[in-house]
Design a protein around this ligand. Structure first.
Ligand SMILES: *Cc1c(COP(=O)(O)O)cnc(C)c1O
Length: 360
């Protein structure tokens, strides 16, 4: 039997309609200005000790766990390290949702992996779309109590750059206290003005916070993320994690990124990027054809333009790739621009100048 026939015969029914994930990397090759995946424009140097590469790595390397615990002010038994925050999303679904039976709640427009992960495990997805100002529709969220095991919230939200009000998150945590875990994705927390929820794990047994080294720390390439939650939740996630999720070189690099010198460097780079973010926002405001959407609390900006397709094509021809978000709910004609370094932002603005000159 051909592989194709065999696959059609054996492939799980719930996977038949799924497409492989179109990651930012797969879209085009070439190009110099990758402003489409919210990566850091800074590639930092690290040292590698290869003397133990013949040994299997620790599942949860203690020095790394302690370093991240200290960075967040959370006890180390409330920290789990994973292969990117994406793996933590998957672990939560596998640990807490029974396939073909349980459901998760998402609040679109938001990060795509919550729904993708759920679907790959045959777990249902219920939606409570954000309101037009991208705040939570609390009535809609609360109305699914008893139907969902996980509630995914993202703040700052990708791709709207908006932060959820404390009172809203608190209301969700309390409403689902006996029935669901509330997963607060803080992948962009270093770019926000306030970092509050990590200090609240003691008060909310059902709170799970997701973090990553992929954005502010400039380490998307090593795949290292964290879940912060009460010990019993961490222990449940350890039941489903792979025995060796974190390659030894990843742990070494992550530990260096979380050293005093590493943290200082990240703080400087975040502060530079926040300045570049406001400069870019001001520059974009000069184009009447670009309407800002959402807020700027991540390392990216979202704009709406009725020239979306022409603009994307024009930028790609000039080696600049930004992210089309127009398929997301309530984001018709929206494009997301990651904050690059000074030169990248300037090349983008020069390209916008000539594009809008031609398309005035
Ligand atoms: C980038 C991103 C992630 C993924 O983080 P990794 O650690 O690279 O897997 C998770 N959540 C949101 C909202 C993101 O934008």
């Amino acid at each position: 039997m051909s592989a194709n026939k065999l696959v059609n015969k054996l492939l799980c029914a719930h996977l038949q309609s799924l497409e492989p994930y179109q990651s930012a990397r797969r879209l085009i090759s070439g190009g110099q200005d990758w402003l489409n995946a919210n990566e850091s424009p800074y590639a930092n140097d690290f040292e590698l000790d290869c003397s133990r590469l013949n040994r299997y790595p620790d599942c949860q390397p203690k020095t790394l766990i302690n370093a991240y615990a200290q960075y967040t002010g959370v006890d180390s038994d409330k920290v789990l390290v994973s292969r990117g925050a994406d793996e933590a999303i998957e672990l939560l679904i596998r640990a807490f949702c029974t396939p073909g039976q349980d459901k998760v709640l998402i609040c679109p427009p938001t990060y795509g992996m919550y729904a993708i992960s759920a679907k790959t495990f045959n777990v249902g997805v219920v939606e409570a779309p954000l309101l037009s100002d991208f705040s939570l529709d609390l009535d809609a969220v609360q109305s699914v109590k008893g139907q969902v095991n996980l509630v995914f919230l993202c703040s700052p939200n990708n791709p709207t750059g908006t932060v959820l009000a404390k009172a809203q998150v608190q209301a969700v945590l309390e409403h689902f206290a006996d029935s669901a875990l509330v997963v607060l994705d803080e992948a962009y927390i270093e770019f926000a003005d306030e970092n509050y929820w990590a200090s609240q794990l003691g008060r909310y047994p059902n709170l799970v916070i997701l973090r990553t080294l992929s954005k502010a720390f400039g380490l998307a390439g090593i795949r290292c993320g964290f879940a912060l939650a009460n010990t019993d939740i961490i222990q449940a996630l350890l039941k489903v994690i792979a025995p060796y999720p974190l390659p030894q070189p990843v742990a070494q690099i992550a530990e260096q990124a979380l050293s005093a010198a590493g943290l200082e460097r990240t703080t400087e780079q975040v502060s530079t990027l926040k300045n570049l973010r406001s400069q870019l926002a001001q520059a974009l405001a000069h184009y009447p054809q670009l309407v800002p959407v959402g807020s700027d609390k991540g390392n990216f900006l979202l704009v709406r333009t009725n020239k979306r397709q022409a603009l994307m094509t024009y930028l790609i021809a000039r080696g600049i790739l930004i992210r089309d978000q127009s398929k997301q709910r309530n984001l018709e004609d929206c494009l997301r621009i990651s904050i690059g370094n000074q030169e990248q932002n300037q090349r983008l603005l020069a390209a916008l100048d000539s594009f809008f000159m031609e398309h005035a």
